[in-house]
Design a protein around this ligand. Structure first.
Ligand SMILES: Cc1ncc(COP(=O)(O)O)c(C=O)c1O
Length: 379
């Protein structure tokens, strides 16, 4: 009998295994502080809930156009004017099934089989796994604390011929950001070398001190991917968007129609209302900022001294080399012995993540303080 295809043989998300182990401990009556989850601990904003409830009584909830509801695409275009002072026509917005749905459409429309696409490690694991499943070669850009764990022009110059570069700012797992000159340097390099720039901006709005810079500010032809999951606290709604360069929008529309018919209609209606809910989203960001302060203040005295800058998102990437060279075992023991769930660095950097862990501060302030207390006794 024929076996499964090698294209489906991608690495699992290790964080899912951590979540399963945490759930098992809770089912057995143990307590768990959840510093592994990469999602807000709040529901969608109230305005989103109200609009969605009302739609259930009045709207058929049928399919929409493949690129999404015209009103929502207009609101997203307005968001670029309000936040970035960038003009993007609504016709270039594609509403997607989370940013995850956007990745597949972006990569398929932009890259041939066998293309070479560079991305930073540590980085979000789905980029490399989706690219490999699609037959695109992943070119690793190993980054260091010195370059804020972000790609640099020097590293790009050393990568051989490329077809694409993916940047993520703020990044998962490090939280570090590209400032305007750093983003522009990469955008200019991509333009000079005829390389497609893809920018994952899913954590925009969640930053501490500096605003997040969109690739569109220096590269109007960049492909930008974003989502309602994080800033608007809507992970399970599975709704995101892309700003697509003019030469790709037709392909994205045809692919979207064939793959998904349309993004989820009820979630699109809710998402349209999200743009009236900035106050609630900002209150969540204020809570992340307090949580971040707790961890940055207390983790060093608990024994975690080498922390990435955490400019944005809700993660702290900690170097744990002085405690272990097996982060998966370290995280397993941390959960079993002191009830803290967190994610081993190997999820984000298969080659070097054995000496790092990611702590998420999307939860409650009490959980952050308690986690630091427990770590202090344990490390
Ligand atoms: C950097 C990054 N991009 C994309 C995603 C996918 O998010 P979604 O599909 O919910 O939009 C995540 C989820 O954690 C992420 O961390």
């Amino acid at each position: 009998m024929r076996g499964p295809s090698s294209r489906g043989d991608v690495d699992p998300f290790i964080v899912m295994q951590v979540m399963a182990a945490a759930a098992e401990r809770e089912a057995a009556g143990g307590d768990v502080l959840h510093l592994e989850v990469g999602q807000p601990s709040t529901s969608a904003p109230k305005g989103v809930l109200a609009a969605t409830r009302a739609a259930l009584d009045t709207n058929l909830i049928g399919y929409t156009l493949p690129l999404g509801l015209p009103d929502l695409r207009q609101r997203i275009a307005g968001h670029y004017r309000d936040w970035y002072d960038v003009d993007v026509p609504a016709e270039r917005i594609a509403v997607t099934t989370g940013s995850s749905g956007g990745f597949t459409l972006a990569f398929l429309s932009a890259f041939e089989h066998g293309a070479r696409v560079a991305l930073a490690s540590p980085g979000y694991p789905a980029y490399r796994n989706i690219l490999s499943a699609l037959g695109v070669d992943v070119v690793d850009l190993p980054t260091e604390a010195n370059d804020r764990f972000q790609p640099t022009v020097a590293r790009l110059n050393d990568s051989g011929p490329l077809d694409g570069v993916i940047v993520a700012s703020p990044s998962n797992p490090t939280g570090t950001m590209l400032d305007a000159p750093a983003m522009k340097a990469i955008a200019d390099w991509c333009r000079t070398n005829d390389v497609r720039l893809i920018s994952d901006e899913i954590y925009h709005g969640i930053s501490f001190g500096h605003r997040s810079v969109s690739a569109l500010e220096s590269a109007p032809d960049a492909l930008v991917i974003n989502s309602f999951s994080k800033y608007f606290s809507m992970t399970g709604w599975r709704i995101g968007w892309m700003v697509v360069p003019p030469d790709l929008i037709d392909a994205v529309e045809r692919l979207a129609a064939n793959f998904f018919i349309s993004p989820p209609t009820l979630s699109q209606i809710g998402a349209t209302a999200a743009f009236d809910c900035y106050d609630e989203a900002q209150a969540n960001v204020a809570r992340y900022a307090r949580n971040r302060e707790i961890l940055l203040n207390d983790l060093p005295s608990a024994g975690l001294t080498d922390l990435a800058p955490a400019d944005g998102a809700f993660y702290i990437y900690a170097n744990v080399a002085q405690h272990t060279n097996d982060s998966e075992d370290f995280c397993r023991r941390m959960l079993a012995e002191i009830g803290i769930a967190c994610t081993p660095g190997t999820d984000f950097d298969p080659a070097r993540g054995h000496a790092s862990i990611r702590l998420s501060f999307a939860g409650s302030g009490e959980d952050m303080a308690e986690a630091c207390r427990r770590l202090k006794g344990w490390l």
